[in-house]
Write a protein that binds this ligand. Structure first.
Ligand code: ZN
Length: 269
């Protein structure tokens, strides 16, 4: 083979430690995948941090809502069932708060779900809310009994003062939309005495009792109020605050009280 050196056709020489071409290619590919995974992880971390910053600044407040009763427990029965009122109002209020954009909402239970007071209380406390509202309907054997009242964490509790302010704001808003406030100012304290009997006292009684209060309010660190929206055993009350429109009106009153409470807090700091 004149003029042709067979060595021309020999594969190029490699160093002793040089890996064959296909292995090098494989290593490069493996390196590429690793880089891509790393890049994805970094982008994800940046995105997640951004989301957390957005979430905590755009929605600085966590609102805990408890629709009284649930599941098999429908609460009191009157012209309507208590649970119709508690769920309807809670869902209306949730919508108002969500539309506002400043709030994260925690529900003690899903609509229709049955959960004990202890479970509902624990679920809400875990989320460390800024404010708690529990919604109920009142009932009486006397069909003329009527009006609005609400129960803040009572005297002696660490969150009593803040709860009192929140309760007074709620009562004020209900009075504005036409509710009759029961007792002195629509704010009362609720206890269970040593015989487990319910004891309801006027807000003027600031004695610190050694009694339990309502289960949903227990161990709450934030301002906490249980509201008895109206009497489901009184026709005018149901018309005013128990029908679909009535629950909307009530939800709007709670919403304004929540906003006013938190806005006052911002002004004080
Ligand atoms: Zn109830």
């Amino acid at each position: 083979m004149k003029g042709k050196n067979w060595r021309e056709y020999e594969p190029p020489k490699r160093g002793r430690h040089e890996k064959p071409e296909k292995h090098r290619r494989k290593r490069r590919r493996r390196g590429g995948i690793l880089r891509r995974i790393l890049l994805t992880a970094v982008l994800f971390a940046i995105g997640y941090c951004g989301f957390l910053v957005y979430y905590s600044t755009a929605r600085p407040y966590t609102i805990a809502l408890d629709a009284g009763h649930g599941g098999e427990d429908v609460g009191a029965e009157g012209i309507i069932q208590e649970i119709e009122l508690t769920e309807r109002t809670t869902m209306e209020l949730k919508e108002l708060l969500e539309a506002d954009g400043r709030f994260r909402i925690v529900l003690s239970r899903k609509e229709g779900e049955g959960k004990s007071i202890t479970e509902r209380n624990e679920k809400l406390r875990k989320r460390e809310p800024d404010i708690l509202l529990s919604i109920h309907g009142n009932a009486s054997d006397d069909p003329s009994a009527n009006g609005f009242e609400c129960y803040p964490s009572p005297p002696g509790y660490a969150n009593h003062d803040a709860s009192m302010v929140f309760a007074q704001l709620i009562a004020g808003e209900f009075q504005t939309v036409g509710a009759r406030l029961r007792g002195t100012d629509g704010v009362r304290f609720g206890y269970y005495d040593e015989n487990d009997e319910k004891v309801l006292l006027d807000s003027t009684d600031t004695t610190v009792y050694d009694y339990d209060t309502f289960g949903i309010l227990k161990h709450m660190e934030c301002p906490a109020v249980l509201a008895e929206q109206c009497f489901i055993t009184n026709a005018a009350d149901v018309e005013g605050f128990g029908t679909e429109d009535g629950c909307k009106k009530a939800a709007a009153a709670y919403y304004r009280a929540i906003c006013r409470y938190l806005e006052n807090l911002e002004q004080d700091t």
